[in-house]
Ligand binder design. Structure first.
Ligand SMILES: NC(=O)c1ccc[n+]([C@@H]2O[C@H](COP(=O)([O-])OP(=O)(O)OC[C@H]3O[C@@H](n4cnc5c(N)ncnc54)[C@H](OP(=O)(O)O)[C@@H]3O)[C@@H](O)[C@H]2O)c1
Length: 485
């Protein structure tokens, strides 16, 4: 079946860094459906040849050793370019005619990928509607919307509304690239394809859950975007809440988009948004010390580059089990991990165990890098009486499977072409997530509590984060990837 992938924002960074490399890799692995055409659209004037040349260089750079110029030459003829301006209706008429000529009488399923600045999402969607390019009279029409999907609940609602004026929900694919990661999908397989974990995956056995997404990098030259957004909107509304829903959801009746997303939505509905007083006690925010010296950052900026949020999922499975979400920039390393901390043994009859019993009874799902799973438990040290030590069982994808871990965009692009929306956020899911994040952002702004704590780069955030956990008789699992990258 023929497919046309139309990329709006074709001359931009995401296209050359992620989208074209992913499509090239799919072609190399012979997974790209036959008769797939890629059509770039942005204002810069390129001929097909000039754009292919530019993409050949960037793709070689970003895919590294799997780039093969002979395979690229085979792939390149499927890449086309049609210059145009999102703000000009004539550009869309002309693009539609151009696509019609390429596709011929039989037509093609079209995927419109909005890889532009977010302020262009609504105009591009409206123009697609006005040009009749969203109608599914002959073949299917889909639109992919990049993150961020709104900057708060109101703007997300407005964008959903504007999108639904033109596209029905089944045509809309909202990207959260975390969901394209193998390890994130593996959370579902781990939980629902093995019978042994499900009986203990609840309040009877789990003490708490920690979800950490730490980045070693600072914001660098991204102040223009970041200073107005901050860590809460950049990481929590999407990636961290997505990881929480996959960890906490019930088993869906079928592995199918509607059923999976229904279960995720139920988790979000079970989280009571924090009131202003809760925000003061159940969240922390920080800023790395040199943040205000970064180019473009306001001198008095109160933007948080680190945050922790304690959320509770009010249902029979999770009542009373805190979910601690934490993310930061300028941290000690890059690691994304989900830690399930199981309850300790009710009575410890052995002496000389690890410093804290909570060091064992722990499952670490290492999302990235060094993707895998590690289980921590107590073991007897041989030949020294009843001395205990924490040890582990480790599974690492790269050791068990010969193939490289694919980039998330490969899976997501293929799913869009195949019409599988399981790994994309639905409109209600996005709005519920903003409904959890908005009150936190509003309370931080209104009350100034908790106050913004400065922290040194290269650690695990502000010292009060450690104290905050200790005050709850718990400890952060401050560990760089537990498995070797
Ligand atoms: N880069 C990443 O790694 C990354 C990761 C996650 C999400 N995202 C999201 O992906 C989107 C794109 O990011 P990006 O980094 O690729 O941005 P970018 O490098 O700034 O690219 C923006 C693109 O939009 C085009 N454009 C601007 N005005 C236009 C107009 N009036 N008509 C037609 N095209 C226009 C630009 O081309 P011309 O100037 O030639 O028109 C350019 O191709 C953003 O929403 C971003 O949040 C990016």
């Amino acid at each position: 079946m023929a497919h046309s992938i139309v990329i709006f924002g074709a001359s931009g960074d995401l296209t050359s860094r992620k989208l074209i490399p992913a499509l090239y890799e799919l072609h190399r692995k012979k997974r790209l459906p036959e008769q797939t055409r890629i059509v770039g659209f942005s204002r810069t004037k390129f001929s097909d040849g000039a754009w292919r040349e530019k993409l050949s260089e960037s793709t070689a750079h970003f895919v590294g050793k799997s780039f093969d110029s002979a395979i690229w030459e085979e792939f390149a003829p499927s890449i086309h370019y049609h210059p145009g301006d999102i703000e000009n209706p004539e550009s869309f008429q002309s693009l539609n005619r151009y696509l019609g000529e390429l596709e011929g009488e039989s037509g093609a399923t079209r995927v419109y990928y909005l890889s532009t600045a977010p302020r262009f999402y609504e105009p591009a969607i409206a123009q697609l509607g006005a040009a009749g390019m969203a109608e599914e009279t002959q073949r299917e029409r889909r639109v992919v919307i990049e993150k961020p999907f709104g900057t708060d609940l109101q703007t997300a609602r407005q964008l959903n509304h504007a999108t639904h004026e033109v596209f029905a929900e089944h045509q809309v694919y909202r990207i959260d690239h975390y969901l394209g990661k193998e390890t994130v999908q593996n959370v579902l397989v781990f939980r629902f394809a093995n019978g042994i974990f499900e009986p203990i995956w609840n309040r009877n056995y789990v003490d708490h859950v920690q979800i950490t997404a730490a980045e070693e990098v600072t914001i660098g030259h991204r102040a223009g975007y970041y200073d107005g957004v901050g860590i809460l909107r950049d990481m929590f509304q999407n990636h961290l809440l997505q990881l929480l829903t996959l960890t906490a959801m019930e088993v869906p009746a079928r592995f199918e988009a509607g059923a999976v997303r229904d279960e995720k939505v139920k988790v979000l509905r079970a989280i009571k948004p924090l009131g202003r007083e809760d925000v003061a006690t159940d969240t922390l925010r920080g800023q790395y010390r040199k943040y205000r010296d970064e180019p473009g950052v306001a001198a008095e900026s109160a933007t948080a580059t680190f945050a922790t949020v304690k959320l509770c999922v009010h249902n029979w499975r999770w009542q009373g089990v805190p979910f601690y979400l934490r993310s930061g920039k300028a941290m000690s390393c890059r690691t994304t991990q989900i830690v399930i901390q199981f309850r300790q043994a009710p009575y410890m009859m052995f002496e000389g165990g690890p410093r804290a019993a909570s060091q064992a009874n722990r499952l670490v799902i290492q999302v990235q890098p060094a993707e895998g799973i590690q289980l921590h438990f107590h073991t007897k040290v041989p030949d020294v009486g009843m001395k205990l030590r924490m040890t582990d069982l480790s599974f690492q994808f790269k050791e068990k499977f010969a193939s490289e871990m694919p980039e998330a965009y490969q899976r997501l692009l293929l799913d869009v072409m195949q019409g599988d929306a399981s790994l994309f956020a639905r409109s209600d899911e996005v709005e519920l997530a903003w409904g959890i994040i908005d009150p936190i952002a509003a309370a931080w702004k209104a009350s100034g509590l908790p106050s913004l704590a400065l922290y040194e780069a290269g650690g695990w955030g502000p010292p009060n984060s450690t104290e905050w956990m200790h005050a709850q008789d718990r400890e952060w699992f401050d560990s760089c990837p537990v498995l070797k990258p």
